[in-house]
Write a protein that binds this ligand. Structure first.
Ligand SMILES: [Zn+2]
Length: 88
């Protein structure tokens, strides 16, 4: 699967593994198409790090598109989401 459910402090969402950052991103306030093999999330996924760096992407149909304002890593454009283990 390319997304897995998570629940923290009563909030539910999905987690994807970001191939740019090399870490999972939790998507809590997003609409999710319910497909853990080909996840689509809306709106865009914006991760801000304490360093001020940004990872900004769209997740659609199991792929992730990195936007040009991403500063956390050098990946741009479309990449396949890697498989993510159901249990951490
Ligand atoms: Zn990322």
């Amino acid at each position: 699967m390319k997304a897995k459910p998570y629940e923290r402090q009563g909030r539910k969402g999905v987690t994807i593994h970001c191939p740019g950052c090399g870490i999972p991103h939790n998507c809590g306030q997003h609409t999710f198409n319910g497909d853990f093999e080909k996840p689509t999330l809306a709106p865009s996924l914006l991760q801000e790090f304490s360093t001020g760096e940004i990872c900004h992407s769209f997740v659609r149909d199991g792929s992730i598109e990195f936007l040009s304002d991403t500063t956390k890593h050098a990946l741009r454009g479309f990449h396949m989401l890697p498989d993510i283990k159901e249990q951490p």
